[in-house]
Design a binder for this molecule. Sequence first.
Ligand SMILES: [Zn+2]
Length: 432
Amino acid sequence: MAKIKENSPELMEKIVSLCKRRGFIFPGSEIYGGLANSFDYGPLGVELKNNIKNIWWKRFVHQRDDMVGIDAALIMNPKVWQASGHLENFSDPLVECKKCHHRFRKDLLEKNKCPDCNGELTEAKQFNLMLKTFLGPAEEEANKVYFRPETAQAMFVDFKNVLDTTRKKVPFGIAQIGKAFRNEITPGNFIFRTREFEQMEIEYFIKEEDWKETFEIWRKEMWSWMTDELGLDKKNIHELDVPDGERAHYSKKTIDFEYDYPFGKKELYGLAYRTDFDLKNHYKEPPYEDIENGEKLYPHVIEPTWGVDRSVLAVLCESYIEEQERVVLKLKPSLAPYKVAVFPLLKNKPELVEKATEVYHQLKKNFNIAFDDRGNIGKRYYSQDEIGTPFCITIDFETLENNDVTVRDRDTMKQERIKIKDLQSYLINKIN
Ligand SMILES: [Zn+2]
């Protein structure tokens, strides 16, 4: 097995090219020359991404009694961002080259010179990362609003409404999946850092004295998510305990989970202890009443955050493998865009095509599946390997006599005969 490995720009190029060629991820607005670092998920990319989001929602919302979900507006009242501290603090240090006028984030530069022309840089000024727009026809100060820079604030602003409608008791969490926007000075590395991105986020409300224990529980949950659900190798994941002075303005403790992308070790997810900072900023009176002693209090918050796009990227990097003749995406079957592909052995034999179509429609009720009758079987296998389809089913002349098919496994390339009537349960078993 020849796996191109870490810190290889070549690997990154191959993944980007595969994503475009097979319909995972396209450059955004491409026919107009693109738009700086925007990307569109294509037919296969949206399936991979939705699989990740659905598994996350099932695991952290549906399968737990202590969690509820919301889906809030992307644009919130600007007072939210004043109260949360984002208007004042959510900024990066911006410097500009005096010679070529390129702009950079000072904290990401290795030396105090322009990386493009070695020119002198201006003094750093704080550049707010929130993306602005106007609501309504008049583009005036009073109508200025911001696209949310994180999904989190909605969970705090809706906290009281959620409490009143669900009667949840601390400890409990509010989960959300949605887009967020940051006007990054230097986006880059494909879908790693974009100005528009998606988050899966939980605000988990607790009593202050329980924060350390709860933080630990979520740390383990995040590890389990990365290894068990996404199939990432432990050795490619690293924890970074973010030191004082480098944490976000609201956090008392933060761990970054970093992943070995082909372009280096960079952030994948984050886990933060936000204290009662946010609820205190939004509510004048404590919004929560302890049922045991009637005491009013501000619950504290543990916040695990998962980037959706970074999840997709890490999964693609982890699963891309070159073996002799073929490229394989060794995705976990649960994540694969197509679970199964169905082939008639020969395109010009109507009885084979008819039988294959029948099997295809039968399985399509339960799985997202592909149908392919082009070229030879070997090429069709390789074509499915490249997009991570775990199983290929071939309908041949024996099928017509015995009502069984060949099932070929992506990873082992082994084939076995399975009765058509057993296909459904066979596949369900293998995929889950
Ligand atoms: Zn310069």
